[in-house]
Design a protein around this ligand. Structure first.
Ligand code: UGA
Ligand code: MN
Length: 337
């Protein structure tokens, strides 16, 4: 009954547009008639372009209505897809909003994604709070500051201390608390991925990781001083790792190169990132509590496709800004960048 009403309504709409269209076309034809009064030309031109705009608008609406009439593409119902929980540490800096914008607009294309954004800060900042509110994503906003002795100081080389550790652990803590349901419950179905805010992610990557049973793995582009690093797969199993540095690490992989099933995260309450781990061992500090190398599930065509890139954003130079600030002519601080 409701469907028939909807159909009728659509027919009425289409008829209404057809009639409006015909009226417009008639009006356009009338205006197009030859007139030898030169002073009438200007308002006439304006009227024509206004009518043309209206015509385009109506055509657009008709196209949208027709699109709505077409049967939807066959996709599994949303609820049958595993939710992907993406944990992202982030910290205040000039490029933060730009990074979060790029990231969130990728995530908007991924069905069933829940973003856990964890600020490295003692408080939730207005910039991130407002940003998330307007993002259109399903999200959880958390914050925890990195302990002072663990935080990189101005001028420190970036590799000196691991970054985003407390924040990822806070994301795991929240998930374990939030999903504390009976084993076997649907609430435990899902995938956890640690996505730094500066990398570049292909949409295909999320579909690859969605079927993770324990820990899935794939190559990461532009990382570790290499074109890519990757697990090496033989006979469907990970047998070693293609990396330029310390292949003897338990899991010589970048953070962007693996995802963990939520079930595994919930079954191993002690597994977390170790902020004291030596350089390059951060990923291993979590994974060694969860899987063995031969249990890893290779994705991305047996680890032959690069679907994520460890890009890093250049720090913007503020020389001119600082010079203008001295003269009291700096950029308006009320404008959020
Ligand atoms: C590499 C890895 O890709 C990271 O996953 C790993 O955490 C890092 O090394 C490390 O060794 O700790 P890299 O590009 O050097 O990444 O690190 P960043 O992108 O600067 O930081 C990783 C994440 O932590 C980002 O999401 C960043 O926003 C966040 N972060 C960074 C903080 O939350 N606080 C900081 O003070 C710095
Ligand atoms: Mn990075």
């Amino acid at each position: 009954m409701a469907a028939r009403m909807k159909l009728k309504l659509k027919t009425v709409f289409v008829l209404y547009f057809m009639v409006s269209l015909m009226g417009l076309i008639y009006a356009l034809m009338q205006l197009g008639q030859h007139c030898d009064c030169a002073e009438h030309d200007l308002p006439k031109d304006r009227a024509i372009s206004r009518l043309q705009e209206e015509l385009y608008r109506l055509q657009g609406q008709i196209r949208q209505l027709e699109k709505a009439k077409q049967p939807e593409k066959k996709q599994p119902p949303k609820s049958s897809l595993s939710t992907i929980f993406v944990i992202t540490p982030t910290y205040a800096r000039l490029v933060q909003k730009a990074e979060l914008t790029r990231l969130s607009q990728t995530f908007l294309h991924v069905p069933q994604l829940h973003w856990i954004l964890v600020e490295d800060s003692p408080r939730k900042t207005p910039l991130v709070s407002n940003f998330l509110m307007k993002s259109g994503l399903t999200y959880t906003h958390l914050n925890v500051p990195t302990a002072k002795e663990r935080k990189l100081q101005e001028g420190d080389p970036s590799w000196l201390k691991p970054r985003g550790v407390e924040q990822r652990n806070e994301g795991l803590r929240w998930l374990r608390e939030d999903r504390k349901t009976e084993p076997g419950d649907d609430g435990q179905q899902g995938v956890v991925y640690f996505a730094d805010d500066d990398n570049t992610y292909s949409l295909q990557l999320f579909e690859e990781m969605r079927s993770t049973q324990r820990v899935s793995v794939w190559p990461v582009g532009l990382v570790g001083g290499m074109k890519f690093e990757s697990p090496v797969v033989e006979g469907g199993k990970v047998v070693r790792f293609h990396t330029g540095w310390r292949p003897s690490r338990p899991f010589p992989m970048d953070m962007a190169g693996f995802a963990v099933s939520l079930r595994l995260v919930l079954a191993n309450l002690d597994a977390c990132f170790d902020g004291e781990a030596p350089m390059g061992f951060l990923e291993s500090s979590l994974l060694k509590g969860l899987v063995t190398v031969d249990e890893l599930e290779p994705k991305a065509d047996n680890c032959t496709k690069v679907l994520v890139w460890h890009t890093r954003t250049e720090k913007p130079k503020m020389k001119r800004e600082e010079a203008l600030q001295v003269q009291g002519l700096g950029s308006d601080p009320a404008v959020e960048v």
